[in-house]
Design a protein around this ligand. Structure first.
Ligand code: SAH
Length: 248
């Protein structure tokens, strides 16, 4: 090997090693930040109880939060804030929810492996990924076409094969895939959409923010009892983007 070729080879080898090292430290940084976020969510649940009647979040839900790479679900420019415990803009006037709220809502759904879950408002796909990490089979509907497309591609790229997405008005649910063990609505509605009640299994749970757009809403837990009767419980004040589609 000539001296020049040897030098070039060394530069390439060193370059690749440096890139691999940088990649590893970055991944380690992300994992550390993610764990700090999970710890903060757990502490917030203890301090604040969230009106959910229990001052803790199921460790399985916290572990799921610890596995989902939230930095992959936010725009590149927001990556540095990806593990902050707050909502972030995802474009089109929409947001990825605050991790604490995702954890609290997921906890309320009591999702088990093999459950079927319907989500209204895919947004970034983050909530759907958390549900999939719990072993649920998730159907998620998003009304903004580019968001639906991007989230579908993102979930596929990250290996969340158990999540089906489609563009549409979630008010009407996804009857072909129902009935569901759990339904989560991640946009604020003025009332509980009757089609969603219909698509909830007996013994199933729905979590939905109810109230006026652009004000605080109440997070509601709707349970369909074994005899088909509904019970509703008001849990905590939240602030979500509105459920659009024009069915007030
Ligand atoms: N769950 C999301 C955040 C949701 S933000 C996440 O984890 O990132 C609420 C989303 O609901 C927005 O993307 C908004 O476009 C969508 N949305 C609003 N009205 C809707 C409707 N009628 N049907 C389906 N999606 C709707």
């Amino acid at each position: 090997m000539s001296r020049t070729a040897w030098c070039i080879t060394r530069i390439i080898v060193l370059g690749v090693a440096a890139a691999l090292f940088a990649g590893t430290t970055r991944a380690q940084d992300m994992a550390r930040e993610r764990q700090a976020m999970v710890d903060e969510v757990a502490a917030m649940a203890r301090a604040f109880d969230g009106g959910t009647g229990k001052g803790s979040i199921d460790p399985r839900v916290l572990a799921a939060l610890g596995r989902v790479p939230r930095h992959e679900f936010v725009p590149l420019l927001s990556r540095a804030s990806a593990y902050d415990n707050r909502p972030l803009s995802i474009g089109h006037g929409q947001t990825i929810s605050q991790p604490y709220i995702v954890a609290a809502m997921t906890d309320l759904l009591k999702v088990g492996a093999g459950d079927t879950v319907l989500e209204i408002g895919t947004g970034s796909g983050y909530q759907a990924a958390v549900l999939a990490e719990l072993g649920a089979s998730v159907a998620s509907i998003e009304i903004v076409e580019p968001l639906a497309r991007e989230a579908g591609e993102r979930l596929q790229r990250l290996g969340y094969a158990g999540v089906a997405t489609r563009v549409g008005d979630g008010y009407h649910g996804w009857p072909e895939r129902g009935p569901f063990d759990a339904i989560v609505v991640t946009a604020a509605a003025s009332h509980v959409p009757p089609p969603l009640v219909q698509q909830l299994k007996r013994g199933g749970r729905m979590v939905i923010p109810i109230g006026a757009a652009f004000q605080t809403q109440q997070l509601m837990l709707v349970e369909k009892r074994a005899d088909g009767a509904l019970t509703t419980r008001q849990l905590m004040a939240v602030r979500f983007v509105p459920l659009t589609g024009g069915h007030d």
